[in-house]
Write a protein that binds this ligand. Structure first.
Ligand code: FES
Length: 107
């Protein structure tokens, strides 16, 4: 089911925005001409991915460096403290759709 998240005009390329849809915190970002949505809570220790860094099609958590593919949620790089890698699970991604200038997320 599609749920309204925000207006398309409210985001610009590589801008990250946290929205809460049906009680679920989700990070939304625009890359090139596609809108991506991924769970905002990092799977490591819950850091907010919307406060992280978007590079290419990945988002990097600012707390311990876990990096996730925005298209699949796959872990690109595990969380780490120094050289010690920590268990990091795949993140949930959501399908997005832009309809009449509004961004919807499928839950
Ligand atoms: S909370 Fe995101 S890497 Fe640790």
């Amino acid at each position: 089911m599609l749920h309204f998240a925000l207006d398309y005009n409210d985001i610009v390329i590589e801008f990250k925005k946290k929205v809460v849809v049906e009680g679920i915190p989700i990070m939304v970002t625009l890359l090139a001409d596609k809108v991506y949505a991924i769970q905002d809570k990092c799977t490591h220790l819950g850091g907010s991915l919307s406060k992280g860094t978007v590079e290419n099609t990945d988002v990097k958590c600012r707390l311990h460096g876990a990096k996730f593919d925005l298209k699949t949620g796959n872990v690109i790089d595990k969380a780490h403290v120094g050289f010690i890698k920590m268990p990091t699970k795949k993140a949930k991604v959501y399908r997005t759709e832009v309809i009449d200038g509004k961004i919807f997320i499928e839950l």
